[in-house]
Design a protein around this ligand. Sequence first.
Ligand code: COA
Length: 294
Amino acid sequence: MATRAATKKRPAARKSSKAVVKKFETVLVEKKDRIAWVIMNRPEKRNAMSPQMHLDMNEALEELAIDDSIDVVVLTGAGKAFSAGQDIRLYFRGTTGDPALRYKSKKASHHWRWTTLSRFPKLTIAMVNGYCFGGAFTQVTACDLAIAADDAIFGLSEINWGILPGGIVSWNVVNTLSFRDAMYYAITGDTFTGKEAANMRFVNKSVPKARLKAETIKLAKKMMRKNPVAVRYTKEAVRAVREMSENQAADYLNAKSDALKWSDPENGRQKGMVQFLDDKSYRPGLGEYNRKKK
Ligand code: COA
């Protein structure tokens, strides 16, 4: 007779899909388990952003924005850097005297780092794995959430070579850091660690580097359990109201709430109410409703 142990059902193997990889000249995209890892990929140059990287990023992100196989985009860097900012040789010196290339590079740089990422239709997380300098602050600010390695090094290094935090970096830092910290780091060029970035609220949290990827996946998965349309509308609303008066915000939020009600295919609002008030199967204060339940 088979023993109880022998007949005991083995837990189903956890489903994990194979990674789908797409390589651009300077960017790597790995899609796995509905997360797209968008990797700035010039590790030997500390992922400094060249004009080519700006073109590659625009192409990669435009594809991901409409890719139904993913829910979350994680932006990170290959090797020991997140990004050492704009490539001083190729982006600055290399476009001097070539106004057409300067214009094209500047436009492409702003487009993916701010216009696209700050309005991205899916949730975005910046995973700051190491050096993050100058221009790279813009894409960290543009992402909805940011998580850093404790020992990542951040710096507004522009002052150290005689320029100011341009593009929109100065605007990004006054909007995310306190005025005092923004001013201090912009004019001293001092660096700060991932741990300090978390204390200053430039990133949501920092963790030891060995746990950075696992913690990022955990955060992505937590967000993937929520109603995706509600997440998208919420992130759009939180960004939009920052620049509104109270009256405008109240009016906008009413309209936005109505728009969410009509455009949510899973009718989350109704499901959430039924599961709490009638089924008593969850508590909205403590977690999300069960999206799979009919
Ligand atoms: N632009 C152009 N090249 C850069 C770069 C940048 N922003 N950051 C790094 N690189 C290049 C270096 O010139 C070097 O190239 P080489 O191997 O051909 O000489 C390579 O990347 C490695 O850099 P290195 O300085 O040797 O690495 P490190 O690990 O000792 O130091 C940094 C890393 C990021 C601290 C250092 O490279 C640095 O200060 N970079 C500039 C950061 C900056 O000011 N960015 C703001 C631009 S607005």
